[in-house]
Design a protein around this ligand. Structure first.
Ligand code: MN
Length: 210
């Protein structure tokens, strides 16, 4: 049986300098987070895909459950980290601004305003158990936004939604600077959020909805 032609995933370049989010997100955290943690998910995804291809080639699916889980975990990690870096921007490049355009309209409609959206998002982020994420997500089926908690990189995630903006709540995202003070990390993060990118993501998804 022929091996499928796999194109390896590569770690995308960080869209700004390691220290560009200071003082809110510190340089050392960004450097470790991108170069070590994010990179490990890219390696893990490539490894899972290679092993699933090998299983097909050998027609030996003994470990298909293990590699399927690895694929979901690392694939989720790669997707969410790519989105995380683009969910932030240096203050000099518009980080920390408020939502605009259709994103603002939908936040008003679906959450009753920016303040209640942020209150909901903050509470959901803070309450993420152990390692996980908080996401603002778009549901094409209903043309609606929702806030999700994501456990690890792939659990508690309903089908039919696409995150447009995420906050990493794994300890590696904040522990060096904020230790157990999740509130401080979340509050600091709002100073560098990139709602322009979230709006672009939303517009693209709504256009694809047809
Ligand atoms: Mn992370």
């Amino acid at each position: 049986m022929a091996m499928s032609q796999l194109v390896e995933h590569v770690l995308p370049k960080l869209p700004y300098a390691y220290d560009a989010l200071e003082p809110f997100i510190d340089k050392q955290t960004v450097e470790l987070h991108h170069d070590k943690h994010h990179a490990a998910y890219v390696t893990g995804l490539n490894n899972a895909e290679k092993n699933l291809a090998k299983a097909r080639q050998d027609n030996d699916f003994t470990h298909v459950q293990f590699w399927s889980r690895q694929f979901a975990f690392h694939g989720g990690g790669v997707f969410l980290h790519n989105l995380y870096w683009n969910s932030m921007a240096p203050v000099s490049e518009g980080g920390g601004s408020e939502p605009a355009g259709d994103l603002m309209d939908m936040i008003n409609e679906d959450f009753g305003g920016v303040d209640s959206f942020k209150a909901h998002f903050n509470a959901a982020a803070k309450a993420v158990e152990a390692s996980g994420w908080c996401a603002l997500s778009y549901r094409p089926e209903h043309d609606r936004l929702c806030i999700l908690q994501i456990e690890n990189h792939q659990k508690l995630t309903p089908w039919g939604n696409d995150p447009i903006f995420v906050l990493d709540m794994w300890e590696h995202a904040f522990y060096l600077k904020y230790q157990n003070r999740k509130d401080e990390y979340i509050n600091a993060w709002w100073n560098v959020v990139n709602f322009e990118n979230a709006l672009n993501n939303l517009n693209m998804m709504r256009q694809n909805r047809g």
